[in-house]
Design a protein around this ligand. Sequence first.
Ligand code: EPZ
Length: 429
Amino acid sequence: MEQYAIKGGNPLVGEVEIGGAKNAALAILAASIMTDETVLIENMPDVRDTNVLLQAMESVGATIERLDRHTVRINGSTIHDVVFEGNYIKKIRASYYLLGALLGKYKRAEVVFPGGCNIGSRPIDQHIKGFRALGAKVDLGGMISAQADHLKGGHIYLDVVSVGATINIMMAAALAEGQTIIENAAKEPHVVDLANFLNSMGANIKGAGTDVIRIRGVEKLHKTEYSVIPDQIEAGTFMLAAAATKGDITVKNVIPKHLESITAKLMEIGCEVEESDDAVRVVSSKPLSHTQVKTLPYPGFPTDMQPQITVTLALSNGSSIVTESIFENRFKYVDELTKMGASIKVEGSTAIINGVSKYVGAHISAPDLRAGAALVIAALAADGISVVDDVFYIERGYEDFDAKLRMLGAQIEKVADEKEVKKFKLRVS
Ligand code: EPZ
C-alpha cells in the first residue's frame, strides 16, 4: 500500500502547471472511438482513471498509440467487440461512457456496472431513460446492456442535473437519426468540451453550456485533433492549498472563468486572488474568515471541491457551514480530519465547522479521490508529521500530485511501508 509521508507547517509558494481535465478526458476518450478515422488527443492527463479507460478500449481492439505522456492517437476501426467486462474496469465510473459511444456507433454495447468513488448511491436511471428515449432497449442483468435496431432522436428532460447522463445521451444522439433535445442538461465545462470535441468530428451539437442541448444526428463522424481543457478541480485544489497553508501559489494553464465560484469563496474568506488570461494567483496572508458554502451543479460551487474548502474553513476564524447537495455520502473524511484537531459536526448533508487555529499531524486514510487530496492539504497545513494511507485514490485524478507539491516547497514523499516512514521522519526532523 502506498502512502504519503508529509511534514506540514510550511506555506506553499511558487507556480504550478495544471494538466488536462480528467473528467473531460474520460468523455473524450470514449467518444474518440465513435469514428473509424484516426483521432489525436492532446493535453491528456496521465492518471489512473484515463489509463484504465484506455486499457478497456484496447481490450476490444481499438488501436491506441501514446505519442508522448500527454498525447494519444486512437483509431476505432479495429474494434471487434462491444462487451466490456473484467474487474479492472469496475474501478472507474466513466466506463459507462462506452455505452453511449458504442450504442451510437454500433447500436449495441454491454458494460459492467460502473464503480468510481464511493460518495453516494450514484444511480444511472437518467442515462437509461435517455437511451430508451432514443429507441434503445436497455437490460440490467449482471451487466448494463443497450441495443437498438436504429436510434432515433428524442426529447429528454433530465429529472436531476447529471453530468454523466448529459454526456452519455449526447454521444449516442450524435449518431442517431433526427434531432434530440436534452433539457435540464448539465453545464459543466467538461460537457462543453465533449460537445466541442464531437463537433470537431462533424457532429451537430448546439447549446452545450446552457440547460438545453440540441443535437442533430449525423451519419458518421470523422478524424480530428483536439486538446483537452485544463482541469478545473486540480486547479481549485492547488488554490485551496495556498489558502490553507498561508501560501502564495500561481496556478498556470487554467481557464479563470471555470474557477469563478472557487475564486469568489477564497476572496470572501480573505485571500487575495489575481487573475490573468490563463493563470490565477492566490495569496493567503491574513487570518481566514468563516463563510457558508453549498455545492451545486456548474456554475455553482463544485461538489468535487467540497472536501478541500471544508479543510480550509476548519482553519478559519468562527463558524462555517458547508452543505453538500449533490452526493449524500461525501463527508466521510471528516472523521480523519477530526483526528488532526478539526472541530466539525456533520448533520445529514451539512457540516457545521468551528474553526481551530491549527491542525496537528496524524495517521489518516484517504476515503476517496477529492477527500484524499483535501486531507493532504490538511497535512501540509498541520504542525508535525502525517501519514496518508490509500493514496491510490488520489492518483485516480491527480497527475504527479506529490511532485507538484514538492515544487511548491512541500515536504511530502511517497512511501511504501513503516520503515520508509521512519526514514522520512529522520530526514525531516
Ligand atoms: C461526474 O460524476 C464526475 N465524474 C464526478 O467527479 C463529479 O463529482 C460529478 O459529475 C458532479 O459534478 C466523472 O465525470 C467521471 P452526476 P457523475 O451524474 O456523472 C444523481 C471526481 O471526483 N444522478 O452529475 O456520476 C447523482 O446521484 C468525481 O472527479 C441520478 O440520480 O455525477 C448525483 O446526486 C467524483 N441519476 C447527481 O445526480 C442518474 O442517472 C449528479 O450526478 C445520474 C445521476
